[in-house]
Design a protein around this ligand. Sequence first.
Ligand code: ADP
Length: 161
Amino acid sequence: MRRAVCPGSFDPVTLGHLDIISRASALYDEVIVAVGMNASKNRMFTLEERIAMLQEATTQYGNVSVDSFDGLIVDFCKAHSIQVIVKGLRAISDFDYELQMAQMNHGLAGIETLFMTTNPLYSFLSSSLVKEVATYGGDVSGLVPEAAGRRLIERVKTPQN
Ligand code: ADP
């Protein structure tokens, strides 16, 4: 059984994330999308909301499930018998940090990292930019899955904090 993880914050999930998740699901028997609990970043959505949005967006993939993780991703990998971390690379600016993390994770636990080049349609797309567009009333359809777009518009209208 070849199992991969797609880790991230997914605040919220974007079509760029979904593209990487769907391509990973074609390569591995099982893909687990792991949502980081890391509270240090300023989040628009709670962990539960981020998980729900990912579940809504991945129901069409029979071999994709959604979970959360706290602490090191390599510990999550060991606990779930995952051999590979799949990450998307948007631009050279992503590479520096991703390279360090991949080398650290291999050094810590022998976990491999597979980098997929982003679909050029989504190379400009990040969760933080999507939040900014939504905050100022811009159109986010075509950037995030439909259900996530609805939640985003709702949250902008009634901020939680
Ligand atoms: P973080 O908050 O750690 O930057 P994200 O939750 O935004 O991470 O994204 C998780 C991972 O998804 C990123 O590390 C990156 O590999 C991938 N990713 C994000 N946006 C895109 C995109 N537009 N195209 C391809 N991969 C992406």
